[in-house]
Design a binder for this molecule. Structure first.
Ligand code: 4AD
Ligand code: MG
Length: 461
């Protein structure tokens, strides 16, 4: 017999059909004359209830069935008299596929803390909360591809190993095949020479520079892949390995970029609300009671668009005490970003035209010579969800920005070439996929929305 997923079984229209279920036991309860098993196979949040009569020869085997065991059940799908479920299975036969030791199985019936579950990241997807979260993660990833595909964007795979620091923040993980040696700075070049690529190599912090090349050939492209940053900040919003969605559009300016970012966020939220109903409900019940209301605001209301200079004025006039003081020229910290969208505007805010000295070299210089055509999309609870810009398409200006940033023009010869041959205005941004998942689930620590988190001093699994 073909295996039926529990999601399908619970959705069934047919009474009394014979089915085969495979899954892991969540609980076992004994009553007079029969036992109940709650089995989950990961296909949905709900378990299916299995009833085993004491008169059934399979009843004997229940002694071996503990929480966590993998089992196979054949039986009839019948209407359930119990509350909360339409169907249950009257077992004909039960087989234990894999035993679990009741004493040492770490997932007990009680609720475990997120901190504890992080230490068993290999088992936490078997809990209701993490099962739901990672189904939402999967569905959201598909929604990203669907969004861009429907709009004629091509999906581009940019390299994971690179020779450049796109963001210029020096947060690179080095890639090497050489044995570890501690080199004096003056010997470093010599060492890189002997290394696999014959030059310094690292894991990418962003696929943007390469995406620009393809936007200036295929028109509209996007990348969606892992990025790596050796930021030694142990914050609940930073991870050393995270996934980023980076669209890049040719013949597009900052306004087009803001429009796309707003449309993308709204569309992804609407998709999750439409397709992940019961999983999402778990988060609005147990994690954040206002979750769905908040998501509906973000999915429906139009976002505030605010020049950086005005944002600074609002923050200065707010009377709020911030840990980091603000003034024109300082970068916005999470506390400022959250003030703007949680307290002041009560909805997402796109801040644009940041001072050039706090932004990377590739952002287009504005006519005022002090700001660049940058944009950050800020959302309640998270702060920065998206960072992007219109790119500098003027060769002379770009060369000067590279010099000013202390970078070497020769390293960027191909990046400059695009400005030599048919240069065109183009724009793009990066959306942090984990931050998006934190927003839709209400989960407040980035370690809990990525299957196996990588953070400073943490590389288990
Ligand atoms: O603002 P960022 O640094 O922008 C870029 O990397 C651009 N090259 C993107 C582009 O224009 N194509 O990063 C983009 C987003 C941030 O807004 C944030 O959501 C996320 O990536 N992000 C992180 N997420 C988790 N952990 C980290 N350490 C992150 N750093 C950035
Ligand atoms: Mg940023």
């Amino acid at each position: 017999m073909k295996r039926t997923l529990i999601a399908q079984a619970l959705d069934s229209k047919n009474d009394n059909s014979r089915i085969l279920i495979k899954g892991w036991v969540r609980t076992k309860r004994d009553a007079k004359g029969f036992s109940f098993l709650e089995v989950n196979d990961g296909s949905c949040l709900k378990n299916i209830q299995i009833i085993v009569d004491a008169s059934n020869p399979a009843y004997e085997i229940l002694g071996e069935v503990n929480t966590g065991a993998a089992v196979e059940v054949t039986g009839a799908l019948v209407p359930s008299p119990g509350k909360g479920q339409k169907w249950e299975v009257r077992a004909n036969d039960i087989r234990v596929i894999g035993h679990a030791d009741a004493e040492s199985y770490p997932l007990q019936k009680k609720r475990h803390s997120d901190e504890f579950l992080r230490t068993i990241a290999h088992l936490r997807p078997r809990t209701n909360k993490y099962g739901a979260l990672f189904r939402i993660r999967s569905e959201s990833a598909f929604a990203v591809h669907q969004f861009f595909r429907n709009r004629g964007f091509y999906y581009l795979h940019t390299p994971i190993i690179t020779g450049l620091d796109c963001e210029g923040a020096g947060e690179l993980f080095r890639v090497t095949t050489l044995p570890p040696v501690s080199a004096e700075p003056e010997e470093a070049d010599h060492l890189f020479e002997a290394d696999f690529f014959g030059k310094e190599a690292s894991l990418t912090v962003s696929g943007q520079l390469e995406a620009e090349m393809f936007a200036c050939a295929l028109g509209n492209v996007y990348t969606f892949g892992p990025t790596f940053r050796a930021e030694n900040s142990n914050t609940p919003r930073h991870s050393a390995e995270f996934w980023m969605i980076e669209p890049e559009m040719a013949f597009a300016d900052l306004k087009d970029n803001m429009d796309l970012s707003e449309e993308l966020v709204k569309n992804l939220i609407a998709h999750v609300i439409d397709h992940c109903g019961s999983d999402l409900e778990l988060f609005s019940r147990f994690v954040d009671k206002n979750l769905v209301t908040q998501l509906e605001i973000i999915a429906k209301e139009s976002y505030v668009r605010l020049p950086y200079g005005e944002a600074i004025e609002i923050l200065k006039a707010s009377g709020d005490i911030f840990e980091f003081p603000v003034d024109f020229g300082t970068d916005l910290q999470t506390e400022h970003e959250r003030f703007l969208c949680e307290k002041h505007f009560k909805k997402p805010v796109i801040v644009y035209n940041y001072p050039k000295q706090i932004k990377p070299f590739y952002m287009r210089l504005n006519d005022d010579n002090t700001t660049v055509a940058a944009m950050d999309l800020l959302v309640p609870k998270i702060g920065e969800l998206i960072g992007g810009s219109q790119r500098e398409e003027r060769l002379a200006v770009l060369k000067q920005r590279i010099d000013e940033s202390g970078l070497n023009r020769d390293d960027y010869w191909w990046y400059l070439d695009i400005r030599r041959f048919g240069t065109a205005p183009h724009s793009g941004f990066g959306l942090g996929f984990e931050r998006f998942l934190m927003m839709v689930s209400g989960v407040t620590n980035i370690r809990d929305v990525i299957p196996f988190p990588r953070t400073p001093r943490h590389l288990e699994f």
